[in-house]
Design a protein. Structure first.
Ligand code: ZN
Length: 200
């Protein structure tokens, strides 16, 4: 099975934002209107001021797109509202596409925007599907929506580091950089054998 994994460190996320929006001339309908006075065509409507705003938007848009939602609290004993949210859009196609945002917390705002824009496009596609094929234009739209169902399953992982995103920092609640400190199990013995007083 082919698996594509898209992780949004800031540069990759910026490129993805450009790609998502460059091909979008009709703008997604609905959820953006009236939000901070922005219109549905405003790129800014996908960005959030806070982690909690981003999380609420992600869940709302995932639901609208017909995704299955999961919420994974990272520090349930302290504050269960810090969650990694996972939206699964099942497809019939082969393979799996996984997109994550916010491994470095503060960078999650760009990745979240990409995921929101993608969900908006999927919602527009589902809405067109519901319209049916009463005329030529909607027949083409319905065909496009049908074709979309043959795509691979897409898994969107929102805010891998929700605490860091909420506090505008790269590190998580344990002061761990989830990217720089990610180790393969084989690498742990060497790390543990090192003098902990040596910097780095
Ligand atoms: Zn990063």
């Amino acid at each position: 099975m082919a698996i594509a994994f898209l992780s949004s460190c800031i540069a990759a996320a910026a490129m993805a934002v450009a790609l998502v929006f460059s091909g979008q001339d009709h703008g997604p309908a609905g959820l953006c209107v009236g939000e901070h006075g922005k219109s549905a065509h405003d790129i800014g409507c996908y960005f959030s001021e806070s982690y909690f705003e981003a999380r609420a938007k992600f869940r709302q848009r995932a639901e609208a797109a017909g995704a299955t939602l999961h919420a994974l609290p990272v520090i349930p004993e302290v504050d269960p509202s810090y969650t990694i949210d996972v939206a699964v859009l099942e497809g019939r196609g082969e393979g799996l596409v996984v997109s994550s945002s916010g491994v470095h917390g503060v960078e999650g705002f760009a990745g979240s925007a990409v995921q929101l824009a993608y969900l908006a496009q999927r919602t527009a596609s589902a809405a067109l599907d519901a319209v049916g094929s009463s005329n030529e234009a909607s027949a083409a739209a319905a065909a496009a929506a049908e074709e979309a169902k043959n795509r691979p399953t897409v898994v969107l992982v929102h805010a891998v580091n929700p605490f860091g995103m909420a506090h505008y920092r790269r590190f998580n609640e344990h002061n761990v950089d989830l990217n720089r400190n990610a180790l393969h199990p084989d690498e742990w013995p060497a790390l543990l054998a090192r003098d902990p007083n040596i910097a780095g």
